[in-house]
Write a new protein. Structure first.
Length: 209
């Protein structure tokens, strides 16, 4: 997972509410186990409508999506986060998120930013003509017009995003501690590893009454 400290650039000024994961990536795209290529199916039903924001050349490749309340509701498919990441989206700003989607976004290096509706409305307005910046260092969303909106993020998730750590990365970061623990266990409880002599004694002892 790539580290995320600042996400800045054009933003999709969408603002739509109650967008479920089936809208983000329709079910017939879920046959793949690959994280690449899903951008082609992202928001397929929305893109079928003339003049939609996702096919507007002004926002092509935008790293930020501004949405409405309850973004990512519906099924728990991780493909929704994969599709957004494949589109190049690194942050989603909304008044609220589905808990499962929020977790999936975090695990895929996407920053879920929760802001009040008034702030989201302002950002939708600004994003139509100017860039937006999400800064994890200062925990703010800013615009060229001196708008500055503070947001909260779980400290553990913030650290993982900024250091680019997923579950595997977190485990590897503890490699020395894990090795030390395993070494101590081998010294004090050698039968767990089935060392020669201990395993045979355990088998013989099990047959006695």
């Amino acid at each position: 997972m790539n580290p995320v400290t600042t996400v800045t650039g054009t933003a999709y000024p969408w603002g739509a509410k109650n967008i479920d994961t089936d809208i983000i990536i329709p079910a017939h795209w879920l046959k793949t186990i690959s994280r690449s290529g899903l951008a082609r199916g992202a928001f397929e039903t929305v893109r079928a409508q003339p003049g939609n924001v996702f096919d507007d050349p002004r926002y092509t490749g935008a790293p930020i999506l501004i949405a409405g309340d309850n973004f990512g509701c519906g099924s728990s498919r991780e493909h929704a986060a994969w599709a957004l990441a494949d589109m190049g989206v690194r942050a989603v700003i909304a008044p609220s998120f589905s808990d499962i989607f929020s977790g999936n976004a975090f695990k895929n290096g996407i920053v879920p930013v929760v802001l009040p509706q008034e702030a989201v409305d302002r950002l939708v307005e600004v994003a139509q003509t100017h860039p937006v910046t999400v800064d994890l260092e200062t925990m703010t969303v800013t615009t060229p017009f001196q708008d500055r909106f503070a947001f909260d993020l779980d400290p553990f998730r913030r650290r993982c995003l900024m250091e680019g750590l997923d579950e595997i990365g977190l485990t590897l970061a503890r490699d020395t501690a894990i090795s030390n623990f395993e070494g101590a266990m081998n010294q004090h409880r050698p039968w767990i590893e089935g060392r020669s002599g201990y395993a045979s004694v355990a088998v013989e002892g099990a047959g006695r009454t």
